[in-house]
Design a protein around this ligand. Structure first.
Ligand SMILES: [Zn+2]
Length: 480
């Protein structure tokens, strides 16, 4: 297909395009793999076609083989994705990625690049949506229906290049069919989306700070929708609207945003803690996922009079300092379930793993032939202890690396040393006891007096592991 160079590519598209179609081992974007890719490029050099089979590194299910005609033998000697990744990247780079149901093809290709450590960011155009916008009188907009509608010649349906060519053909056909203005409007409607929330003044985003802190999304009547944190507030806020990871819930939220406010903090840790505190206090509608701050539970192993280790589910704040903590759970029940699952998987005895069971009879697990037999004397106490510790090891929290309390200070990046703003945190056993903000040097004595109910959550634990074991540039650990 030779074509002369054109000044403008398509009305509404201000650049070259790559029409892409892929075949895969199935429809699951994380589990399945690409078996073939076909690309029709349209750029300053005209139209180019390219395709290759790809060895997916997994078997192609029989039903998929039947649909595409691509079987395991055909891909056995084909290159793996990483071997053709560079070529694909060069063909797609700087182009508008066009596909029929673009989320599918783009999702797979983007994931494949992500596996190789590359982040692909292209503007997308979906020809399904384009067809819907331009031909509302039709009900069906699948590629099959479109091929029929326009009588598009095609030789091998469900092969990547043939489908990409058919998609490109549709794009050209639609452009000829419709007025430039209509075509352009339909294209722009899509490529501009996902966009900023309709009820939000764009200048609000422009004014957001680029530093660390907490941001607040407000809806009608100043109703707080969501609280989030970031090391770069504006960038993070923008990412909410990029739509790449948008779930239905996230989209619903974005539609409702009328105002965004932000509070800058000294650094990342301060942002994390302020976010936690704000969510706890204000309970924004869309933070349900983050409502984990009430009480967290953990598991500790206590030795009974016979030397048998028994798991005890306890609030983190009441955990015994000298004992190891296993896991962080948002509810007591979750911790208990985890123990039962562990028992099932490892042959541990219900009498130990399910508190409150009758210790006399063989346990339920034994009756179901799951328990190796601690309850009937077939497994020794020592052996059971070893199995239990082994089974829980993977959810074990790191031991607190200090003898007791420590003070972690976070400084602002800017300002000279004498008037640097700081936030100081009093910490013990992965919990936050108190925090203090100020300028210059922290008042440790005052901070110690402020200590109140310990607070711990998963993010805080994760952050502290990093911050305490490998302190960041802007933090300092002070002796108490
Ligand atoms: Zn048992």
């Amino acid at each position: 297909m030779a074509e002369t160079t054109q000044q403008c590519f398509f009305p509404g598209l201000d650049g070259p395009i790559a029409v892409v179609d892929i075949e895969t081992t199935g429809g699951n974007v994380t589990r399945d793999r690409i078996t073939e890719i076909g690309i029709v490029e349209f750029d300053h050099d005209g139209v180019k076609e390219w395709s290759t089979l790809i060895n997916p590194g997994m078997a192609i299910p029989r039903t998929v083989q039947a649909l595409t005609g691509i079987n395991n033998d055909m891909v056995a000697d084909a290159p793996r994705f990483e071997q053709v990744a560079k070529q694909i990247w060069q063909r797609l780079e700087g182009k508008i990625f066009v596909a029929h149901n673009v989320r599918f093809d783009y999702g797979f290709i983007r994931n494949a690049f992500a596996d190789l450590g590359f982040s692909m960011q292209l503007n997308l155009l979906c020809t399904v949506k384009l067809s819907r916008a331009l031909y509302p009188e039709y009900k069906r907009h699948g590629l099959e229906a479109i091929i029929e509608r326009f009588n598009i010649p095609t030789s091998a349906r469900h092969r990547a290049l043939e489908d990409a060519k058919a998609t490109y053909h549709f794009l050209k056909q639609a452009q000829q069919d419709k007025s430039a203005a209509d075509f352009m409007a339909a294209v722009q409607l899509q490529t501009k989306r996902p966009s900023l929330p309709p009820g939000l003044d764009p200048s609000i985003i422009e004014q957001l700070p680029n530093g660390p802190g907490v941001y607040y999304f407000y809806g009608d009547n100043d109703n707080l929708l969501y609280v989030g944190k970031s090391v770069n507030i504006r960038k993070r806020v923008m990412s909410h609207f990029s739509g790449d990871k948008a779930s239905a819930k996230a989209m619903t939220m974005c539609q409702q945003i009328r105002d965004i406010r932000a509070t800058e903090t000294t650094g990342e840790l301060s942002a994390l803690l302020l976010e936690s505190a704000e969510i706890k206090k204000q309970q924004p509608i869309f933070n349900r996922r983050l409502r984990r701050l009430s009480t967290l539970y953990t598991i500790q192993l206590l030795e009974d009079s016979k030397g048998l280790l028994r798991p005890k589910v306890t609030p983190v704040t009441e955990a015994q300092r000298h004992l190891k903590m296993y896991g962080l759970f948002p509810a007591q029940k979750k911790a208990r379930n985890a123990l039962q699952e562990t028992a099932k998987a490892t042959g541990l005895c219900d009498h130990v793993m399910v508190p409150g069971t009758d210790p006399q009879s063989p346990c339920m697990g034994r009756q179901l032939k799951r328990c190796e037999g601690l309850c009937v004397g077939e497994v020794s106490v020592v052996q059971h202890n070893v199995w239990l510790m082994d089974a829980l090891a993977k959810i074990g929290l790191s031991a607190w690396p200090f003898a007791g309390r420590v003070c972690l200070v976070e400084f602002t990046r800017s300002g000279d040393d004498n008037d640097k703003r700081y936030t100081a945190f009093l910490l013990d056993n992965w919990c936050l006891l108190a925090s203090q903000e100020g300028v210059g040097d922290p008042d440790i004595q005052e901070l110690s007096r402020m200590a109140c109910e310990p607070m711990l959550d998963r993010d805080l634990y994760r952050y502290l592991c990093k911050a305490l074991l490998k302190p960041a540039k802007d933090t300092r650990l002070l002796p108490l």
